[in-house]
Design a binder for this molecule. Structure first.
Ligand code: MG
Length: 300
């Protein structure tokens, strides 16, 4: 399997800073959306990704969820020891890409989607108050889209001393495309529009940039971060990208790891590991015919 990667992060049209961040360090890929006053959101998302990144050095792929819990402790400890950072937190949606499956971990309201056969399938559940209300049947998905408490999280990384981490294994095959994104994309655009742009773009970097552009055109009320992984047939289990190692958004500004120079897209390869660790059941999702869910525009 060959893997091609595209990533883009943008401050949007309404915010003072970009508190989103992404990590591209094959085989680990992640997005994070930080929150908190002053510069705390930037610190939370950067710190979470820097801690997650340690797993690449250790190559202990089965520890993915444990590494997310470690990131929780690191962010929580920093928030507890610096009053300027008190209460900060971040979302984190991350994958380890293996030759025929990805392992997914998730906390918060960033999202992972699988695009296959022209359908967009949501792999994650938003950890938000309104999603809980939808699950309990108290409001409809349509009401959730315009709910005033839409952005209130029920779970985030770094706000308590421990965190529940959603985990899943998702089988992937050539032709599949994985989208990781923050709510600055999904809050501004219908899923049908996201799918349309993805289906019209074969290059993952172009796809990421086009999605960011579209969210900005729709208003750009929040920071926007998009990461696209394309799985293709290939002789070697390699990643084909100009961004073999890159931290983007707030994490890049923090200077932890300079974004990789724009590559040619065909020179850099990293071996993808067979993903180790105990198999975890795929999260129960909606049936296939419901995979394209039109949430409607959140802002118009
Ligand atoms: Mg956001």
């Amino acid at each position: 399997m060959r893997l091609r990667v595209g990533a883009a992060s943008d401050i949007g049209q309404a915010r003072d800073r970009n508190e989103d961040a992404y990590l591209v360090e094959a085989p680990v890929f992640a997005v994070a959306d930080g929150m908190g006053g002053h510069r705390a959101g930037d610190v939370a998302s950067s710190l979470a990704l820097e801690t997650l990144r340690d797993i690449v050095g250790s190559r202990d792929w089965g520890r993915l969820a444990e590494q997310v819990r470690e990131a929780n402790r690191v962010v929580f400890d920093r928030a507890s020891s610096d009053r300027n950072l008190a209460g900060m937190g971040t979302t984190l949606t991350a994958v380890i890409a293996g030759p025929d499956e990805v392992r997914l971990v998730h906390v918060g309201d960033s999202r992972a989607y699988l695009i296959r056969d022209g359908e967009l399938r949501l792999l994650t559940e938003d950890h938000t108050l309104v999603q809980r209300m939808v699950s309990e049947g108290r409001i409809s998905p349509q009401e959730a889209e315009v709910h005033p408490q839409k952005s209130i999280l029920t779970r985030a990384l770094g706000v308590e001393d421990s965190v529940d981490v959603d985990e899943a294994s998702v089988e992937v095959r050539p032709g599949d495309r994985l989208l990781l994104c923050t709510d600055g994309l999904t809050g501004m655009m219908r899923e049908a529009s996201i799918l349309e742009i993805l289906e019209g773009t074969t290059d993952p970097q172009q796809g990421a940039e086009k999605l960011v552009e579209a969210a900005n055109r729709a208003g750009g009320l929040d920071n926007i971060t998009v990461l696209i992984l394309d799985f293709a047939d290939g002789a070697a289990e390699t990643v084909d990208t100009g961004k073999v190692a890159a931290l983007g958004g707030a994490a890049a500004e923090a200077g932890a790891l300079k974004p990789a120079a724009e590559g040619t897209g065909d020179g850099d390869t990293v071996t993808i590991p067979a993903v180790a660790g105990p198999p975890t059941p795929e999260r129960e999702g909606p049936p296939a015919e419901n995979f394209v869910i039109d949430h409607g525009l959140a802002f118009s």
